[in-house]
Design a protein around this ligand. Structure first.
Ligand code: AMP
Ligand code: TRP
Length: 338
């Protein structure tokens, strides 16, 4: 089956579980901004129901949801051109997720590496929601018949599972109803690594604040974190190949490249042979110049939570107008009386 019969439509989401990081910005939000177009529906969602698969303090969850919304708006998501909302305001997501729980196979879920990483040795004590998480994610995407899903590298397996679910549903019911959505994983920022260990992903929940750049960090913090970022003793290489086997050096070049809208080749050409004492301050200055206007705007927006809530509610109304008929047709295909 091809997606030719489906209108191109973009969907992506971010969990409000802790503040936004540079990884979220380069791997997701910045790319979502670039993909906006008046000719396509771009649907961007704060996936609060995904966040509660691990414990969230209720007040923190509300604040975190508004922070994600503020981060998207401040980065340039236009709530008129795109649809911006939080997942729990559109109950169709969980309704479709139940149908998909009955389509996805336990064997598929058992292969999900994110569940294994998150549940760790205590898988018995993980929530049932954490295990079923990818099925809700498939519902998020397919509820809108989305064809393109811009995400960071870590979400590739979940989008592939979404494709498996769409195919199995279509085969089981003899329909061509759900598109087989494509992951869009492009550019140098799709896997931003931890600043203290270049083999681990930069995440919201890492142990030390020094290992990540938060979108709300001030200029001093950003400079300090890049200054203390782990590197090897070698200067920057003269060619891209020279970054092989140097995860920390590669990460800093990739971050520079993502922030500057340059290719990694161009960054290396500019800094060939440079010592860290030159590259790190340049990277810190670049990061501050790009992130400070966004964090200032985020703070301004977060001072008026009622306005953020209004924007999310308006986005949810628009999302529902697409979602409700698709869920209705799904129920009909499955044989559920309406
Ligand atoms: P999450 O914060 O886990 O909800 O992730 C939201 C989006 O940001 C997803 O598309 C992730 O793939 C992306 N993302 C999160 N962390 C990183 C990272 N370190 N590098 C690149 N993309 C990331
Ligand atoms: N699972 C994604 C993450 O952790 C967040 C997410 C939920 C998502 N639903 C989605 C991303 C749908 C893309 C499309 O990053």
């Amino acid at each position: 089956m091809t997606n030719n019969s489906f209108t191109p439509r973009v969907f992506s989401g971010i969990k409000p579980s802790g503040g936004l990081t540079l990884g979220n910005y380069l791997g997701a939000i910045k790319r979502w901004v670039d993909m906006q177009s008046p000719d396509t529906d771009n649907i961007y969602c704060a996936v609060d129901l995904h966040a509660i698969t691990v414990w969230q303090d209720p007040k923190g969850l509300k604040a975190g949801t508004r922070e994600i919304a503020a981060g998207m708006l401040a980065s340039g998501i236009d709530p008129e051109t795109s649809i911006l909302f939080n997942q729990s305001q559109v109950p169709e997501h969980t309704e479709l997720a139940w149908i998909f729980n009955c389509v996805a196979r336990v064997g598929w879920m058992n292969r999900m590496t994110q569940f294994k990483d998150k549940a760790g040795k205590n898988a018995e004590k993980a929530s049932l929601g954490l295990y079923a998480y990818p099925s809700l994610m498939a519902a998020d995407i397919l509820l809108y018949h989305a064809t393109h899903v811009p995400v960071g590298e870590d979400q590739k397996q979940h989008v592939e599972l979404t494709r498996d679910i769409a195919n199995k549903f279509n085969n089981d019911f003899g329909v061509e109803f759900f598109p087989v959505a494509e992951p869009v994983i492009e550019g140098p920022g799709t896997r931003v690594m931890n600043l203290r260990d270049g083999t681990k992903k930069m995440s919201k929940s890492g142990e030390s604040d020094m290992e990540r750049i938060n979108m709300l960090d001030d200029a001093d913090k950003i400079a300090k974190k890049f200054k203390k970022a782990k590197t090897d003793p070698e200067p920057l290489p003269k060619t891209l190949e020279g970054l092989a086997g140097r995860p920390e050096a590669k990460n800093l070049v990739d971050i520079y490249s993502g922030l500057a809208d340059m290719t990694p080749e161009e960054v290396i050409a500019e800094y060939a042979g440079a010592q860290w004492g030159r590259f790190k301050p340049a990277l810190a200055d670049l990061a501050v110049s790009k992130l400070a206007p966004i964090s200032d705007e985020m703070k301004r927006l977060m001072d008026d939570p009622a306005e953020i809530d209004r924007k999310l509610a308006a986005g949810a109304d628009r999302a529902r107008s697409i979602a409700a008929p698709i869920l209705d047709q799904t129920y009909d295909i499955v044989g559920l009386l309406r």
